[in-house]
Design a binder for this molecule. Sequence first.
Ligand SMILES: C[S@@+](CC[C@H](N)C(=O)[O-])C[C@H]1O[C@@H](n2cnc3c(N)ncnc32)[C@H](O)[C@@H]1O
Length: 306
Amino acid sequence: MSKKASNFQKVVMSWGYRGKEIFKPLNTGWSDDLDFVFVHRDQVCNGLKRQRPHDPNATYNGYDEREDTEERARSGRLKKAVPVPDRIQSAYHDSKNIYDDILTLGSFFSRQYIRFFWSGTDDNEIARKILAYVPNDFSGKLLDVPVGTAVFTEKKWRSLSKAKITCLDYSADMLEQAKKRLEDLEHISFVQGDVGSLPLDDGSQDIVMSMNGFHAFPDKKKAFKETFRVLKDGGMFIACFYIKGKSKRTDWLVKSILSEKGWFTPPFPTEDQLLRILHKLYSEVEYHVDGAIVYFKCTKGTLRGI
Ligand SMILES: C[S@@+](CC[C@H](N)C(=O)[O-])C[C@H]1O[C@@H](n2cnc3c(N)ncnc32)[C@H](O)[C@@H]1O
């Protein structure tokens, strides 16, 4: 048992639960292991949802419902536990009306926020750079995940009338905003879903674009796997997102506020960790850092994979 295990953890572990069944839902580490909060029969599902909100068919290793009795929950000082709502849905529901303004530096407040916490990194500028990786006459298949409100991509996606674009997001509220912007266009379709389980065939996409998504995705390993899987050989994976270790101020904000609220979900890779993943998966990597944001374009070669 880890030295850091709390008394609470020790009690529950003494009931026979293994160390993997940990109690810090935000401390999931780089693994596929299931972490969940053991609470009460009716609440365990909510705890699971919090960790794996998008995978209702997953097997819940280590959880035996027969042992999840009310008596145990009560004796384990778990009386105060409350049902946990779906963090991502509720976080993006709450912010849907201010999201565009903050990210596009649309107000005095958002400009100060970006200057102070994000080293002045302008998301408009990064979006412009990564959208320029998509040729103006692109006519293949493109997946935009997560599309969010399409605030950065609307203009470009409108112009690519010969392409077939799939806009996917987990948040129904964010997707609704994207639809308002783009649903009049036949070459664009909308899917509410999980990047960790994409409803697309292997090798079906010429480009996968992921703008500001990986810092929000709860299961990053699956997100890397899935975005790689649906790309065809020679296809491009284009993305930008936050990485840890570039700015103490940004790291503090992300850990103490954005992750707490559910807009971001740890763990976050450092630059070295991310580069290792990208080089393992992709044959060509063009990579840049601006403040605590990384943006890149990768090409999928043959014989690569996780
Ligand atoms: C910071 S926003 C980025 C949206 C947009 N690309 C942009 O740059 O404005 C993060 C988005 O990730 C979505 N998201 C979080 N987890 C997801 C998942 N597992 N699958 C798909 N989308 C997810 C959220 O709903 C949210 O819309």
